[in-house]
Design a protein around this ligand. Structure first.
Ligand SMILES: [Ca+2]
Length: 348
């Protein structure tokens, strides 16, 4: 997946060098004006040990790391945000409402129109239907309109060093980010993203960027921040690499009839049963072969509930974000955009 071994060299890093000079200069000015600049992370012992690891394992110079972690800032708003992810506190009907609004459906039709050639190429190359690529980008960022306002270096440093329950994960992502910055010749203090360090149209975390982002317009740069063609190719490649089939529906709605559906719900995200087994206990499933692997899920409405069956490509969507509600929201938005676009084209 990622290429951990490739970073142990100290090849040219011109952008970094110029930043080192500029930041150094600003530091002197700041000291003259305001006294010592804040250097919390660079001075912390645990961060210094991490910097030593980066130096040894990936060949970053100690001076560069000193500057990066003097510049990195702890952000309380990031710690507040990660403490309450939407999927854990909202019921389905509330969660769905956030994504299935009129402007997001219409925005999807426009994004599809504006990027029709790239979407068609992505479908040819990776087998992923346009509506799912548009659906992902719509749910993640409203087609690039809300890509996150945190500096990635702040987000990942805050979570790596001040969020103990997931610090191992975010330290890895922080390392991936610094490798990305070096490989892609980016400025470490310029890239922005979500509070969790996810970037660009499709909100790729750094390890996903390094493993799955593609240069889909062939200009030599994998630009998921500003280039919709690269963003589309990268989402499609991510799904392709995670086994997208595109041969059947991702979800079908099913009906419990007189069965005790709540007793056979999938405990996790995996496809833990088959259509045949669910039919045997009385669940009504239409038009899906009995041997098909499936996960049964209940989605709570304001009153009552719906039951949905997740099939193969549902599981692939959860590789993007480990949440059943997320996957169903992407699916429903994708279908709504596809239906709306067909109606719009018919009326033109
Ligand atoms: Ca490109």
């Amino acid at each position: 997946m990622t290429d951990e071994g490739s970073g142990a060299d100290t090849h040219g890093w011109p952008v970094m060098r110029s930043i080192v000079r500029i930041v150094g200069l600003l530091g002197v000015v700041a000291v003259l004006l305001h006294g010592p600049v804040s250097a919390d992370y660079a001075n912390r012992e645990d961060v210094q040990r991490y910097m030593d690891e980066l130096h040894t394992e990936h060949g970053f110079s100690k001076d560069e790391l000193q500057i990066i972690f003097t510049e990195a800032e702890r952000q309380q708003s990031i710690l507040d945000a990660i403490a309450r992810p939407a999927e854990r506190t909202l019921k389905w009907f509330e969660y769905r409402r956030r994504f299935m609004d009129e402007s997001r459906i219409e925005g999807g039709v426009r994004f599809w129109d504006d990027n029709e050639a790239a979407l068609r190429l992505a479908e040819d190359e990776y087998g992923v239907a346009p509506e799912y690529i548009v659906g992902i980008i719509g749910v993640e960022t409203r087609y690039g309109r809300i890509v996150g306002k945190h500096r990635v270096i702040d987000a990942l440093s805050t979570l790596a060093f001040d969020y103990p329950s997931r610090s191992a994960f975010f330290r890895k992502e922080l390392t991936q980010f610094l490798l990305l910055v070096r490989e892609e010749d980016q400025a470490f203090d310029a890239l922005k993203g979500s509070y969790a360090g996810a970037m660009g149209y499709g909100q790729f975390i750094p390890s996903s960027y390094r493993a799955y982002a593609v240069d889909f317009d062939g200009d030599g740069v994998r630009d998921i921040w500003n280039n919709t063609t690269d963003a589309i190719g990268s989402v499609a490649n991510y799904f392709g690499e995670h086994g997208w089939q595109g041969s059947g529906p991702a979800f079908v709605q099913v009906y419990p009839g007189g069965s005790n559906a709540d007793e056979v719900l999938a405990p996790g995200l995996e496809l833990d049963t088959t259509v045949g087994a669910l039919k045997k206990v009385g669940i009504e499933v239409r038009d899906v072969p009995e041997g098909t692997a499936a996960a049964l899920m209940r989605m709570d409405l304001a009153e009552g509930a719906e039951y949905w069956l997740g099939l193969h490509d549902y599981y692939v969507i959860t590789r993007y974000n480990h949440s059943k509600m997320y996957a169903l929201a992407v699916h429903q938005l994708a279908q709504a955009i596809k239906t709306r676009r067909a109606a719009t084209l018919a009326s033109r």
